[in-house]
Design a protein around this ligand. Structure first.
Ligand code: ZN
Length: 185
C-alpha cells in the first residue's frame, strides 16, 4: 500500500495542487510509502525538494523534460525510486529503451490535470502492452494505473496486468472504509 500524491504546476497541466511543504506534513503523520507524481514542467528543478520532503518514489513524465534519463538517474542517486508516467496519448514505445532504469511505470487512464474524470476506454490495452514489454525485457516492476479507477475498472485493469491501482474519488467520496473494502474485492 502506498500514498500517491499528484503534483500539478499549472503549466504541464492546467491545474495547481500541492507542493513539497504539504508532502512534508504528510510524511510526519504516516510511515506509508509516498509516491510523488510530478505533473510539472522541467521536474529536474524540484526533485531534490520532493525527496527532502519525504518522497519514497518520484514519477515524472518524459515529455515534461529534455533530460529524461539524467533526471531518472538523479532521482535514483538520491536513494529513492524513480518512475515514468504515460499520458493517454503517449505511446508505450516512448519508454521502450528505458524500462530497465525504472522502478515503476504509471499508465494514466485519464488526461492528467483534474480529479474525478471517467476512465478512458481502451487504455487497459496499454497496460497489457506495458506488461508484455516488461516481460520481454525480463523486468519485474509495478505497473500502476492512474485515473478513473473504481470498482468496475479496477478488475478490468488488474486483469490486463496492473499491479497498483491509484484511486482518488473512488476512495474519498462517501464512506472511505467501505470504499476501500469494495475496491479490494
Ligand atoms: Zn497521479
Amino acid at each position: 500500500r502506498r500514498l500517491h500524491l499528484d503534483i500539478m504546476d499549472g503549466h504541464f497541466v492546467p491545474n495547481i495542487t500541492i507542493g513539497p511543504v504539504v508532502i512534508k506534513s504528510i510524511r510526519r503523520i504516516t510511515g506509508l510509502y509516498l509516491q510523488t507524481h510530478l505533473m510539472i514542467e522541467k521536474p529536474e528543478r524540484y526533485i531534490k525538494d520532493f525527496k527532502d520532503a519525504g518522497s519514497d518514489c518520484i514519477i515524472i513524465h518524459k515529455e515534461a523534460t529534455s533530460n529524461f534519463i539524467s533526471t531518472i538517474k538523479k532521482i535514483k542517486k538520491m536513494g529513492i525510486d524513480a518512475g515514468v508516467a504515460l499520458r493517454p496519448k503517449t505511446p508505450v514505445g516512448t519508454v521502450k529503451r528505458f524500462v530497465r532504469d525504472m522502478d515503476m511505470i504509471l499508465v494514466m487512464t485519464v488526461e492528467p490535470g483534474f480529479g474525478g474524470q471517467a476512465f478512458l476506454e481502451g487504455t487497459e490495452k496499454k497496460v497489457a502492452e506495458i506488461k508484455a514489454l516488461l516481460k520481454k525485457n525480463n523486468v519485474s516492476i509495478p505497473i500502476g494505473v492512474d485515473g478513473g479507477v473504481n470498482v468496475k475498472t479496477a478488475s478490468l485493469v488488474a486483469s490486463h496486468g496492473a499491479t497498483h491501482l491509484i484511486a482518488g474519488n473512488a476512495v474519498f467520496k462517501g464512506n472511505v472504509i467501505k470504499n476501500i473494502k469494495s475496491l479490494y474485492n
